[in-house]
Design a protein around this ligand. Sequence first.
Ligand SMILES: [Zn+2]
Length: 151
Amino acid sequence: MFTGGGLRSSDTDWLANFNRANRKIEQTSSSPVWSAILGRCPRCAGGRLFTGYLKISEACDNCNLGFSAHDAGDGPVVPVMLIVGPVVAGSSFWLEFSIQPSLWLHMVIWPPLILILCLGLLRPFKAIFIGVQFKFRSVNGEFPDSDDFQK
Ligand SMILES: [Zn+2]
């Protein structure tokens, strides 16, 4: 039932919260790559993207963007392998052919280095993949301006 013109207080509260959230988003925006390196939300760069080391949180605690539809899958593993593989293989060949160390030195150096490089690169690459999904809207999530995007 239509009760007349004017805004109800719930409408103005919603509008005030929306404007406050947008101001907060504008203040914290930064480079998407830098946000990914820091593990921050791809939209506002203020909230945390991860709850665990590689576990994505349900939603941004700053702008409330939902991450549940975002799934990077096995995608981040590919660039990590393409970076770590040549670095470790090239370094091990260089070490072997330059000073020819004993086999135990290879066993001490390379497995921990592989582990450190892979774990260090996996989290930022996962965040970059989710940031790219957000930027190109490849997820059927809720976007505040999705109506404008479809026009
Ligand atoms: Zn956010």
